[in-house]
Design a protein around this ligand. Sequence first.
Ligand code: GRF
Length: 230
Amino acid sequence: MKNPSASKSRTKPTPKPIVVVVSGRGSNLQALLTRAEAERWSSELGAKVVAVVSSRAEAEALAVARAHDVPVHILLPEQFGSRSAFDEALARTLDRYAPDLIVLAGFMRVLTPAFVRRYAGRMVNIHPSLLPSFPGLDTHRRALGAGVRVHGATVHFVSDEVDAGPIIAQAAVPVHADDDEASLAARVLQQEHRLLPQAVRHVLEGRVRLSERRAVLVGIEHGELSLLAS
Ligand code: GRF
C-alpha cells in the first residue's frame, strides 16, 4: 500500500517558487541557477527555480534550464492574436507554479499593464544600463555614443512603464577609451551575473520589497545594493 504521508510530502509545493522568463542566451539564468546551487537556496532559503518560460523556441536558455532539470515552457507570441492574449497565457503558465518571484532575465517583450499589476512586487527585471539612463534596446551602443564614463546594469521591480520600475540594485563599470560595443557588453554582463542573483536573494529574503512605488530596504545597508567594478 502506498504511504499517504510520503506521497503528500512529495507533492508539497516549494515554499518560495521562482519562475524565470527568458527569450535568448540564458547567461543570467545560468548565473542564478549556479548561485542558487552554490548557496543551497533550496534548503537555506526554501527557494527554488521551479520553471523557465521562453518566448522563443530556439532560446539557448532552454538548454541551460534542462541541464539543471528545470521544467521549461515555450510560449510563442506568434501563436496568440494579441499582446493581452499572450500575457494571459503567460499568466496561466506562471500561476501553475504560484511563484513568489518572477525573474525576467533577457525577456524581450513588453508586458501589458494588467499583467504587470497582477505581479506587482513579485516581478523583477535585469536591464543592461544604469537606469534611468538608456532604457530600451542597444544600451551599450547608445552609452558609447553618449560618451558616458560609467555604465552598468540595473535590477528593478517591473512597473507598467518599460525599464522604469523602482530600482533594487545596480552595478557600475568603467567605460574604457578603446571600448567597442562588444567589450563594453562583456564587462557589463560579467557584473550582471553577480548582480542578479544577489538582488534576487535579497528580495526572497524580504530585505527589499516594493512599497508605494519604491524599493524599500529592510535590515540591509544601501551599499549592499551597489556593485562597483574596476
Ligand atoms: C542581458 O544583458 C540582460 O540585461 C538583458 O538581456 C540580456 C540577456 O542575456 N535584459 P542572457 O540571456 O541572460 O544571456
